[in-house]
Every structure is written in C-alpha cells, then in structure tokens.
Design a protein around this ligand. Structure first.
Ligand SMILES: Cc1cc2nc3c(=O)[nH]c(=O)nc-3n(C[C@H](O)[C@H](O)[C@H](O)COP(=O)(O)OP(=O)(O)OC[C@H]3O[C@@H](n4cnc5c(N)ncnc54)[C@H](O)[C@@H]3O)c2cc1C
Length: 623
C-alpha cells in the first residue's frame, strides 16, 4: 500500500524497542522441554504468561516482533472493560491503565444531520473499576510486558517467529526463526495466542466452525487535537459528513481521538486511507479551522470466525487466534484477557499435578461459549451499523425512528454491546445451586463487586480459591477465607438470607458454589470437586445465553423474517404485531408512531436518494 501514515512515534511517545537475545537453544545448543510456551505477546499471550508465571509456572513467550502494537502506532483496541481491569489489577497493570486512560460515560448518537439522543451510562459508584477505560492498546500491552518482566519464571523472547508446530501425545514441538537462525524446542503445553493470522492454527489445520468476511471496509484516522473537548463518545450513522456512511469518534489518552470511517462499497479502501483523504474527511467533521495532527491512518475489514474447538491435543487456542469478529462493543481484546484468565489457573493446577488434565475441558466449554457469544453479539452490532439485507435495513431504521422520540427504544439501538464478564451458567464445574435471591451471583457468574473494609471485594478474590462467609464467622479451609459482616450493598448483591451464606469463588473470581448458612464442609467439597474434575466427554452446551436472552435477537428474527417472507404475508404479520402492540401501549403513543410513519412516507423519496451508498450486500464466504 502506498502513501500510508503509520509512524512509530508521536509527540511525547515512541513505541518501546525490546532487545533480542540469542536463545539458549542456539547460544548453548541446549534443548529443553518447557512446561508452557506461549506464541504471541499480544493482550491474550501476555495475560496468559502473567497468569502462569504468577503461579510459579516457567513460561517461554515467543513473539515475532520487537515492540508492542501493530503496524506502528496503530491502537486497534481502545476500550477496556471493568472485567479486564479486575483481572489485570493482580499484576499492577490496571491502576496504570486507569491513570493514563480516559473514563467516560456519556455519548451522543447521530443519524444523518440530527442528534437522535444523548446517553449517560451512570456507572455504579461503589465498584473498584468503572465500566470501561479508553486507552491505546499499545500502552496496555507495554504495561503487561513491564509486569511480566518482573517474574523470573517468564522468558520473553522478541524477534522469535514460530514457523512450525507439531503436537505429539505428551508434548509439542515448535520451530522458531530468529536473527541468529532457526531452532527447535519443546513444551508440555503450547498456548496459541498468535492472533488473527495464527500460524499455529494453520500448521495444525485447526478447522473453523464459522468463517465469513464482512464486505464493509473502514478506515481508522487517529488524530491528536490541540483543543480540549468533552470526553463524549459520538456515533454517526448515515452521516452526510461521510457520504452517508458511519463514523466513530472516541477519546483515548494524550488527547488523541479515534475516528473511524465506514468506506463506501464503491471506493478503494487503500485510496481512502491516504493522509490527504483522511485530512479532507476530518476537516468536514472537525470544521475548517480545527487544528489537529494525524497520528495513524489505516484501512481494516473484519471477519466473523471461530474455531470448532479450542483444544487440539496439547495446544490451547485463545484470543483472536481462536475467534474474530467486529470491534463494535470492544469485545476482542477483552475476550482474549478473559480467555487467558480462565486458562491460567487451570493449566497451573494441572501442571502442578493438583488437578486432572480433564480440568482443561472446562476451558474448552466455558471459553468456546464466550467466543461464540462474542462473535454473535459483535456481528449483530455490525449488521445494525451497516445493514447487509433489506430486512436488517428496515428494522434498523424502525428502531432509530422510535429511539428519536421514545427513550424505551434507545436500548434497542445496537451500535455495540460493550464487553461484560461471560456467564458460565452451564459450566460443568458449577455446584448445584440452592434458592437465592441473587441471579447475578449464581454459580458461573463473575463475582459482583462492592466496598469491603478499606478496599473492594473483587480485588480480594483474584488469584486463588476463596471462601466468603456472609453474616457469620466460618472455619478456615486452607484457602483464603473472608468473613463479611453488616455490609448492606454486598448482602443485597449476594442475596444473603437471614441465616447468612457461604460463597465459594474460583481463582478467576467466578462463583463456584453457594449455600445458606455457614457451610465449611460444603465449601471444601466444592473446591475438591474442581481438583478431582474428571470428565473428558463433557458435552458443550449449545445455547448462547447472552444472544438469546437479550432483545437484540428480535432484530435477527424480524429482519430474517422480512427477507424471507413475500409481501402480502409479511404485511399481514406486521398488522398483527401492530394490533398486539396497540393493546399494550397508550393510544396516544400508537397515534404518534402512526403519524411519524406517515410523515416519513411523505419524506421517503428524498431520504432514499441520500442513502444510495449503502446498497446492502451479504457477508461473503471466506476464501
Ligand atoms: C479497529 C479495531 C478496534 C478494536 N477495538 C477494540 C477495543 O476497543 N477493545 C478490545 O478489547 N478489542 C478491540 N479490538 C480487538 C483487539 O485488538 C484484538 O482482539 C486483540 O488484539 C487480540 O489479542 P490477541 O492477543 O489474541 O492477538 P494480537 O493482539 O493480534 O497478538 C498476537 C501476537 O502474536 C504475534 N505473532 C503473530 N504470529 C506470530 C508467529 N508466527 N510467531 C511469533 N509471534 C507471532 C504478534 O506479533 C502479536 O504480538 C479492536 C480491533 C480492531 C481491528
């Protein structure tokens, strides 16, 4: 691609360069079988290495590059969710992310020239971390590298490119290319965290369950403003500032803003990604007199893809190597971090001989579900922002029309469902539940947070098993035990009944089991159940709760119906829906919707002329 703008430094910051060192396999002609090799020092690989090294596991991390980020100062990820911050806090990274990044909770959604509505996410106030923090991905990766360098158990090797992998019964053999030539090494387990273009995936011929490329191309133009602006997130749909396409506008650190531009189907994405074109577009958005400096410009497209299975012999896939999807909702990097957090403690227990290797099957079950959900959720957002069929377009427009006037319709506007902790409600590790008035603290859920003593509950639960006795003192069990008395917000979140409650948490902070009253033996048995977990044939649950539970599913159902059913039958069904709706809504609201529809019909010819660029196309099959 010619004339790109992808530098490695900006005023006040240069990407770090990490030194290459000749590996012992070459300098000392030493061969070794390491407990774990991680391929890829991105968000997923670095977190996995931290999870293992912090538990005393010797881990070698191989990365083909000698810096963080991708293609210069490209940030890719900008938005880090509360759950990721809870996980990374154990390594001292989250307070750095929080301090450097931008916390925001307000935003605007525009359609055409009109601001449809303003939102304020009003985060809960008694939580250790906000719902999310915006920060360039290269900063986050740098903090993780610096955290990992503090562990003698970790050997982080830059400029070590993996070229071949073969998985045998009890080990994995890896071939690595370096500036000093190639070497071969072995490990008991290999974590494939080598991103979207995973060599490990290719070498093992790991099959995808789903793979399709979305047609829509985008162009990132990260830009440093000289003026200070309120940290609002703005989303523009059908924007005349971008020939009828969408635009994202998000603040990151250093007063750098992510602007992301949907590229017309008819334009050449590379030609649209020149600095000159980026400046032209930015002038329209920021005004002719705005002062700004381009930081990074580049086109991108996304694939909807996930592996049939995450575990291939002794190779465990995570992050983008396991699945890819649109970035709407900031799910990718946050998922990679949660994958690593889920895998780390299980693999450490297996390697220490404390748990049977079958425990890893629970990684497959829990995180394959998380990957499928992320692909579903992010694809649905992508289809809302850039509809790919007539039905999707019709229902998206209907939701936007309604959202303009009716606050109840605004949650239906799907410009990205932000990353949250996965719910492992079907996990085979969960202990059967008792009656509790707290569904958000059921076995499989990530622990709800709240103030405790001078800190927060969740920060105390990361790393090892924990037992928390709410309302009473309980016996110590050789794991961390906490006694929580008189704490109304926590008692409410955990549905603590009169007789008190015993909660057991996994090392990743998810609820394992809960029981009324003081139940030391119950807690001990729940933890031993994990150590003794042995069921190589556990079936994966096929449902994907987040998709079916939330109302976004209706968007799929309605638009598929619209696309698949011919005119008359469709009108009859829509009429039935209108009548049913009128039964539940005040007559004035129904009247208002009808009048708005009539006014819209009168405007329609002009509106449809303006949107000729978004001729819907279907996602094409992967090549
Ligand atoms: C435009 C855009 C916006 C995004 N926004 C967000 C967001 O706001 N929040 C969010 O959470 N996510 C976001 N994402 C997604 C996020 O960037 C990825 O999901 C995340 O980087 C995945 O992490 P990973 O560790 O799995 O892979 P990667 O970050 O891709 O890391 C893979 C690593 O493997 C190394 N590697 C590759 N091949 C080899 C090899 N053969 N040998 C050795 N090393 C190798 C690479 O050098 C790299 O360091 C966004 C993505 C895009 C494109």
């Amino acid at each position: 691609m010619s004339n790109v703008h992808q530098p490695e430094s900006m005023p006040g910051y240069s990407l770090p360069k990490y030194a290459y060192r000749t590996p012992p396999e070459i300098s000392q002609r030493r061969t070794n079988t390491y407990p774990v090799i991680v391929v890829g020092a991105g968000l997923g690989g670095l977190t996995a290495a931290l999870e293992l090294a912090s538990r005393g596991v010797q881990v070698v991390v191989l990365d083909q590059d000698d810096t963080v980020g991708a293609a210069g100062l490209s940030s890719r990820g900008i938005c880090y969710a509360k759950r990721s911050l809870e996980i990374l806090e154990r390594f001292g990274a989250s307070r750095r992310i929080h301090a450097k990044g931008v916390t925001w909770n307000e935003g605007d959604v525009f359609r055409g020239r009109e601001r449809l509505y303003h939102f304020n996410l009003q985060p809960e106030t008694d939580q250790r971390f906000p719902a999310f923090v915006n920060l360039q991905q290269f900063y986050v990766e740098q903090y993780l590298v610096e955290a990992l360098q503090r562990y003698p158990e970790a050997d982080l090797r830059w400029k070590n490119r993996v070229t071949d992998v073969s998985s045998e019964k009890d080990s994995v053999t890896v071939t690595v290319k370096t500036p000093d030539g190639s070497y071969t090494t072995r490990c008991k387990y290999l974590i494939a965290a080598d991103g979207a273009h995973s060599v490990v995936r290719r070498k093992l011929k790991a099959k995808d369950a789903v793979s399709a490329l979305f047609e829509t191309a985008w162009c990132i133009s990260d830009v440093k403003l000289t003026s200070s602006e309120p940290g609002l997130r703005k989303v523009y749909l059908d924007s005349p500032l971008n020939d009828g396409g969408a635009i994202w506008y998000h603040q990151m650190a250093d007063n750098v803003w992510r602007t992301d531009w949907q590229i017309s189907h008819y334009a050449d994405p590379d030609a649209e990604a020149t600095p000159a074109r980026a400046r032209q577009r930015l002038r329209k958005l920021l005004g002719p007199k705005a002062k700004f400096e381009l930081i990074w410009v580049g086109p991108w497209r996304f694939r909807r893809r996930y592996l049939e299975k995450l575990i291939h012999g002794r190779v465990l896939f995570l992050g983008d190597a396991a699945g890819q999807h649109s970035p709407f909702g900031a799910l990718g990097g946050n998922r990679a971090i949660q994958d690593a957090n889920n895998l780390g403690w299980k693999l450490a227990l297996v390697l220490a001989g404390k748990a049977h290797a079958d425990l890893l099957q629970s990684y497959e079950i829990e995180r394959h579900q998380a990957t499928r959900e992320a692909v579903d959720v992010a694809s649905r957002s992508a289809n809302f922002i850039c509809p790919e069929s007539t039905g999707q377009q019709v229902f998206r427009d209907a939701m936007l029309d309604l959202a303009r006037r009716h606050p109840w319709a605004r949650p239906l506007v799907n410009v990205g469902r932000l990353s949250v902790a996965c719910r492992y409600l079907d996990s085979p590790l969960n202990v059967a539940d008792q009656e509790f008035n707290a569904p958000l603290a059921a076995p499989g859920m990530a622990a709800p947070d709240g103030r405790l003593d001078r800190g927060f509950l969740v920060e105390k639960l990361q790393g090892g098993f924990s037992v928390v006795y709410f309302g009473n003192r309980g016996p110590k069990l050789g794991v961390q035990t906490l006694n929580v008395k008189d704490n109304k917000p926590l008692f409410k979140r955990y549905g603590v009944p009169k007789e008190g409650a015993t909660y057991v948490f996994r090392p990743d902070g998810h609820v394992l089991a809960r029981c009324r009253g003081v139940a030391g033996e119950f807690a001990r048995a729940a933890i031993e159940g994990v150590f003794n977990f042995k069921n190589g044939n556990v079936k994966r649950a096929n449902q994907s709760p987040r998709s079916t539970e939330n109302r976004d599913g209706l968007y799929d159902r309605f638009s598929a119906y619209f696309d698949g059913v011919p005119g008359k039958a469709r009108e009859r069904a829509l009429a039935r829906l209108m009548v049913a709706l009128a039964h539940h809504l005040p007559a004035s609201e129904v009247e208002e919707i009808i009048q708005a529809a009539q006014a819209d019909a009168a405007r329609r010819p002009a509106a449809s002329r303006r949107r000729t660029r978004s001729t819907p196309r279907r996602a094409s099959k992967a090549q």
